[in-house]
Design a protein around this ligand. Structure first.
Ligand SMILES: C[S@@+](CC[C@H](N)C(=O)[O-])C[C@H]1O[C@@H](n2cnc3c(N)ncnc32)[C@H](O)[C@@H]1O
Length: 238
């Protein structure tokens, strides 16, 4: 594998620029949209390539809560376009429009941008608008919450595992129940995302009822809140 570092061994983000579609954009006048993962929150876990993407960007687009995870000095001199939690499509449109105007944009997501995040939605918008090729586009990975939480717990994901989100905003609850049944029935270790919200207070207990059909009561459960963020809490229930 080639290195994306310079002579000093520091990352310069060049592998993505050479291998993907933002190559040479500044000279062509085309804007570029990079959908990047910030990792769980701690600046030390922000991947160097994602950091370089922010440093090279004219504008940063993202949910307000995620933009707050970016070190202030990286935001200086960049336009910041942040939106509230439920404005995903609006946020993606803004990012695409800004790139179409010829500027370099990063759209920030927590964790990895392809896991319950924005990369797919941006790609759908680009495809629907016939915009692939009109703007540069890249996805830059980040450390997902399940890896961060697993590291804090020890090593619970040592073998095959499944990840299930209990959010039914985009997925019908019946499908989520089926996925839980299948994952538990196949003996996967299960990482649960979005376990509870004000509007979905009952989903976690319904999920536990399903898992109990397949697991001993003595099965250990790790609960991690705000991994690598202020207020981090790690519990293991045996
Ligand atoms: C919209 S999803 C984003 C997931 C993210 N793209 C990833 O790769 O982990 C947001 C959910 O991920 C989980 N999450 C994200 N970051 C977390 C962290 N630092 N600690 C604990 N859970 C986290 C929470 O369940 C949260 O409700």
């Amino acid at each position: 594998m080639r290195s994306g570092g310079n002579k000093n061994g520091k990352c310069n983000g060049n592998i993505s620029s050479q291998d993907q579609k933002c190559a040479g954009n500044s000279s062509s006048g085309k804007g570029c949209l990079k959908v990047i993962g910030l990792g769980p929150g701690d600046e030390c876990l922000l991947a160097p390539q994602a950091r370089v993407a922010i440093e090279k960007a004219d504008a940063v687009v993202g949910y307000t809560g995620y933009v707050k995870l970016i070190p202030q000095e990286l935001l200086e001199g960049r336009e910041v376009l942040s939106t509230g939690m439920m404005a995903e499509v609006e946020r993606c449109r803004k990012a695409v429009e800004t790139a179409l105007s010829g500027r370099d944009v990063v759209m920030v997501c927590s964790g990895d941008p392809g896991i319950y995040a924005m990369a797919g939605l941006v790609m759908e918008l680009l495809e629907a608008g016939g915009l692939f090729g009109k703007v540069g586009f890249e996805v830059i990975p980040g450390i997902p919450a399940f890896s961060a939480a697993a590291a804090l717990l020890g090593a619970p994901l040592m073998h095959d595992f499944a990840s299930v989100s209990l959010s039914d905003l985009l997925t019908p609850w019946e499908k989520i129940e089926k996925r839980l049944e299948a994952a538990a029935g196949a003996d996967f270790v299960i990482a649960i995302y979005n376990p509870r919200s004000k509007k979905r207070a009952g989903h976690l207990s319904e999920a536990i009822t399903i898992l109990r059909k397949y697991r001993e009561g003595s099965t250990p459960v790790g609960i991690v809140n705000k991994a690598y963020r202020e207020g981090q809490k790690v519990q293991v229930l045996l």
